[in-house]
Design a protein around this ligand. Structure first.
Ligand code: NI
Length: 257
């Protein structure tokens, strides 16, 4: 039996899908998507995602406070996050990290929230999913000096191949999304071609980052097929080989092997 596709980063508990979640999952399954990691960036999304998982055991759940929300995240929020982790329903903590693109006047606050969440990941023995935008050096520094024991996923990785090598040395997997399909995106294509096969993951980051030929439309997990097939093409390997390796990587990461 052939392996299905993996979406290692989808926000299908986001309001963008309202009551359409069932259809979104069904369309993805029809397109050959086998596993989903649903990212929850609010406590409400986390509660909604737990309900989705009751109906769909093939979905996995992640929860964490996004760096964009660093200013509003309180200690009570972190306590509520910890309560969610105690349920054992979440196999990844994220997405967490640093984003200096939108807001860069609160770097210390972002770093503090990032490290507190790494501590939580270590306490509950979870890998993390990293959001990193315009903050490669600071993110690397934190992951090196304040390590997450289980490492994790560099989500929608968009930095250089050279830095990808450094993150892989720390144990991280490199997850690629829609940008590998964009005609002019040179670096993601280079990374897709060069990262060792046993370190690659695929994702949509839906509702954003829609791959070609649907770029500009709302994204959803079914479109991860275009990203994965493009990566296979760039590496000159079969779709089956790529899917098989990606799924094996994912299971190794979440300890399902
Ligand atoms: Ni995301």
């Amino acid at each position: 039996m052939s392996t299905g596709y993996l979406d290692s980063h989808c926000h299908i508990a986001d309001a963008a899908y309202e009551n359409e979640t069932e259809e979104v999952i069904q369309r993805a399954k029809d397109a050959g998507v086998e596993r989903f990691l649903i990212m929850c960036v609010t406590l409400d999304e986390a509660r909604k995602a737990i309900e989705i998982k009751k109906m769909h055991p093939e979905v996995d759940l992640a929860v964490g406070f996004h760096p964009e929300n660093a200013n509003e995240t309180t200690d009570e929020g972190l306590n509520a996050l910890e309560e969610l982790l105690k349920t054992g329903q979440f196999c990844v903590l994220g997405e967490i990290g640093l984003d200096y693109y939108w807001v860069s006047d609160n770097k210390e606050k972002q770093k503090e929230l990032f490290m507190k969440q790494i501590d939580l990941a270590n306490k509950y023995d979870l890998p993390i999913s990293i959001h990193m935008r315009d903050a490669t050096q600071d993110t690397y520094q934190i992951l090196k000096e304040h390590p997450c024991h289980r490492a994790g996923i560099m989500h929608c990785y968009s930095s250089s191949y050279e830095m990808a090598v450094e993150f892989m040395k720390l144990g991280y997997y490199i997850s690629l999304g829609g940008p590998v399909t964009f005609k002019n995106s040179v670096t993601p294509k280079e990374v897709a071609a060069k990262v060792p096969l046993d370190r690659l993951l695929t994702e949509t980051d839906c509702p954003y980052m829609t791959p070609v030929p649907f770029r500009g439309k709302r994204n959803e997990p079914m479109y991860v097929t275009y990203t994965a097939d493009t990566i296979a093409e760039l590496r000159n390997i079969s779709k089956e080989e790529l899917k098989g390796a990606v799924m094996e990587n994912y299971k190794r990461l979440i300890h399902q092997n």
